[in-house]
Write a new protein. Structure first.
Length: 105
């Protein structure tokens, strides 16, 4: 699903339940990434799926002189940075399984 290799001491973490939070500074953003394995999706009180939850909160580290005026452009910039990071974490096999459509396909 995601490209993650985790080792704690000599112990390779593979199928164990994991909850990790890491802050990744990149350019003018701080990305707070949280990965939770063995997450359960419930619909109408019934478990429907089990998998990995990947959450990315992207925070701009640059001051804005006119916050409201620059908001639309800044939202697009931070959304693009967040999306690029998200897809960087996924394995190619996972992306293919989502059957993405690019451009004018």
């Amino acid at each position: 699903m995601i490209d993650l290799d985790l080792k704690l001491g000599a112990q390779q973490i593979k199928k164990d339940a994991v909850n990790i939070r890491v802050e990744l500074p990149r350019e003018s953003f701080l990305h707070a990434v949280q990965i939770m394995t063995n997450s359960i999706l419930e619909e109408n009180g019934k478990q429907t799926k089990m998998g990995i939850l990947l959450s990315i909160d992207s925070i701009a580290n640059a001051p804005s002189t006119d916050f409201w005026k620059s908001l639309p452009d800044n939202l697009e910039i931070i959304h693009t940075a967040n999306k690029e990071l998200f897809f960087e974490f996924l394995k190619e096999k996972t992306i293919d399984s989502l059957e993405p459509i690019y451009g004018n396909e």
